[in-house]
Design a protein around this ligand. Structure first.
Ligand code: ADP
Ligand code: TZD
Ligand code: MG
Length: 583
């Protein structure tokens, strides 16, 4: 008997060696496709997936709440053009991650939410499994695509389909459902290896039709007051050199949308940001490059665009470059849709321009410059003031200098006033440096974005956060400290949402928009070994930011801002029904 036992052990060892389980197949499928980072939160049934992925050399970043892991994955997708991977547990973990999946889809960021789930048999009969939920059905409406894998031999196909769905065409969020039983399934290792797919050309080029290119260029040539609008699709496309060449060779003034800032430096002579409210209504032909005519552009109509009433169209004609053929005409008529990937479309335009191009009329360019110079001078005056207490402007004047001196730093921004003032005051100098609340104007992306920005780019990260905005993801300062990431968070602390001055008219409770007065968010960072600084003057803020960047230590600066300084809803007061009624 003694001689038999070792043999049995040896043969079962060999058997195990010849098998691959579901955990391993998922890891191999991700690795094979260069997906080497997972943003997630462990628990049943994916704890071992996180452990084994780490052991296999993947970077596994473990968060304190799935929503933040999800936002990290979504922005990793934006920054890298590869789907960001978020990994969650069943039902509640999945739902926590779902917000980010919806955010990815809405913002056109490629992301894959992989979630463990409970047993199909029990879920479908609603027999009350541990964390029971029909996750696939719930994910579908907010995802670009959703898949479930039931058998280990289908993991390769499942991951490949998820990658293609996330990055091809208009990017978006993809859900991949993996029931607990899948991970424990084992299959023959050669069969398993053979079932994996390395996705070839996941985001194929989409070349625009020559006649569409000609139509677009003819329309642009007819313009007396042309304008280019760059959106975050243009930033995502990584066609930076082509876009720069197009802007400079056409000589057309341009406006960057928030996350397109820095595609060309905001200080570029053709940048019309400081004359936005002049150029939008005055322009006659507008070329949109990776920007939708949604609420952020007042739907392409109304007073912003020179329309007489709120719903009237202005006189503009539009060229729209977009990868989605359905985007044109979504709000107003698009006279020259140019469907394709931005790199290919812009190159085609540049090619076609070789047959001759005349720069825009000098009176248009001069009129813009005049407006710009006036507004820039006015802003410089405001920024130079040094009121006590510090206000948004005097604090952001410091941030603006620090970003100018560190143009490679990633810049995260959320809040209301803390967002709107920052966007207009802090210039960006390089592509894809500014990441913010995006299409939904969502609060809570901050710390997840900081982690992903640091991990994906290895650069210093600077975050300017409203005190309310920060609260949505604040616990992730522990994550930032745990991974020792070079993140400098500046909290614009005005004691509340928009302002800190509201009162409960009955005198019973604090008003819904206010927080504990003079809170010390810096202490939160100190709790986890990071550097906390309380700054009450621009000089203190400057010193703390410079030191954070020099030391690369996780730093949180609590910038005490005048609690009366903000305005209701920041710059979107008009969308507030009460404020609208008062008008
Ligand atoms: P912004 O908010 O900056 O105005 P949007 O998110 O509204 O930008 O618009 C981005 C647009 O870019 C989307 O319509 C999307 O289809 C498009 N897009 C994304 N990636 C590409 C690409 N590689 N080529 C062409 N269009 C793209
Ligand atoms: N919840 C979510 C997820 N997103 C939102 N946008 C809101 C709530 C509503 N909201 C805004 O639109 S801005 C904001 C909220 C709660 C916070 C503004 O306060 P802040 O910024 O402290 O972040 P300022 O500088 O005080 O304006
Ligand atoms: Mg605030």
């Amino acid at each position: 008997m003694g001689t038999v036992e070792p043999q049995v052990a040896a043969s079962s060892d060999a058997e195990q060696r010849a098998q691959l389980d579901g955990f391993q197949l998922v890891i191999e499928a991700l690795k094979l496709n260069g997906l080497d980072t997972i943003y997630g939160l462990p628990g049943i049934p994916i704890t071992d997936l996180t452990r084994r992925a780490q052991a296999a050399g993947l970077r596994v970043l473990s968060f304190r709440h799935e929503q933040n892991a999800g936002y990290a994955a979504s922005i990793a997708g934006f920054l890298t053009q590869r789907p960001g991977i978020c990994l969650t547990v069943s039902a509640p973990g999945f739902l926590n991650g779902l917000n980010a999946l919806a955010h990815a889809t809405v913002n056109c960021f490629p992301m894959i939410l992989i979630s463990g789930s409970s047993e199909r048999e029990i879920v479908d009969l609603q027999q009350g499994d541990y964390e029971e939920m029909d996750q696939l059905a719930i994910a579908k409406p907010v995802a670009k695509a959703a898949f479930r894998v039931l058998h280990a031999e289908d993991i390769g196909v499942g991951v490949a389909r998820a990658i293609r769905a996330a990055v091809s065409g208009r990017p978006g969020g993809v859900y991949l459902d993996m029931p607990a039983k899948l991970f424990a399934q084992s299959i023959d290792s050669s069969l398993g290896k053979n079932s994996l797919i390395k996705v070839v050309d996941p985001a194929p080029k989409q070349i625009p039709a020559p006649e569409a290119v000609k139509r677009a260029l003819d329309l642009l040539k007819s313009a007396k007051k042309p304008l280019i609008i760059l959106g975050k699709g243009a930033a995502y496309a990584q066609a930076d050199a082509e876009i720069k060449a197009l802007v400079e060779e056409t000589g057309i003034p341009y406006l960057p949308m928030s996350m397109a800032k820095g595609l060309l430096p905001d200080t570029h002579e053709q940048c019309a940001s400081a004359a936005r409210s002049f150029v939008l209504p005055a322009a006659d032909v507008v070329m949109l490059i990776g920007a939708r005519l949604n609420w952020l552009l007042s739907h392409g109509k109304g007073k912003t665009w020179g329309g007489k009433g709120a719903k009237d169209w202005g006189g503009q004609k539009f060229v729209q470059i977009d990868i989605s053929p359905q985007e044109a005409d979504s709000n107003v008529r698009i006279d020259a849709p140019l469907v394709g990937d931005i790199g290919s479309c812009v190159s085609s335009l540049l090619n076609e321009m070789k047959s001759g191009w005349t720069k825009p009329p000098a009176d248009w360019v001069n009129a813009i410059n005049e407006k710009k110079n006036g507004n820039v001078a006015k802003m410089a005056e405001t920024l130079a003031k040094n009121p006590s207490p510090m206000n948004f402007h005097s604090a952001l004047n410091v941030v603006r200098d620090i970003v100018r001196a560190n143009p490679e730093a990633m810049f995260v921004n959320e809040g209301a006033n803390a967002l709107d003032f920052t966007r207009s005051i802090v210039d960006m100098y390089r592509p894809r440096k500014r990441i913010d609340v995006g299409t939904w104007g969502i609060m809570g992306v901050g710390m997840g974005y900081c982690v992903a920005a640091a991990v994906c780019t290895k650069q210093q990260v600077i975050a300017v956060e409203g005190d309310s905005a920060f609260g949505f993801s604040g616990m992730e300062v522990e994550t930032i400290c745990r991974y020792n990431l070079p993140v400098c968070i500046v909290i614009m602390n005005n004691n509340g949402v928009y302002k800190g001055t509201d009162k409960d008219p009955t005198g019973r409770d604090p008003a819904p928009t206010v927080f504990v007065k003079d809170a010390r968010y810096d202490k939160l960072m100190e709790a986890f070994g990071g550097v906390g600084v309380h700054a009450t003057t621009p000089a203190e803020l400057r010193k703390a930011m410079e030191e954070a960047i020099r030391s690369k230590k996780p730093t949180l600066i609590n910038a005490a801002i005048d609690e009366t300084a903000g305005t209701e809803s920041g710059r979107i007061t008009s969308l507030n029904p009460t404020a609208g009624k008062k008008k």
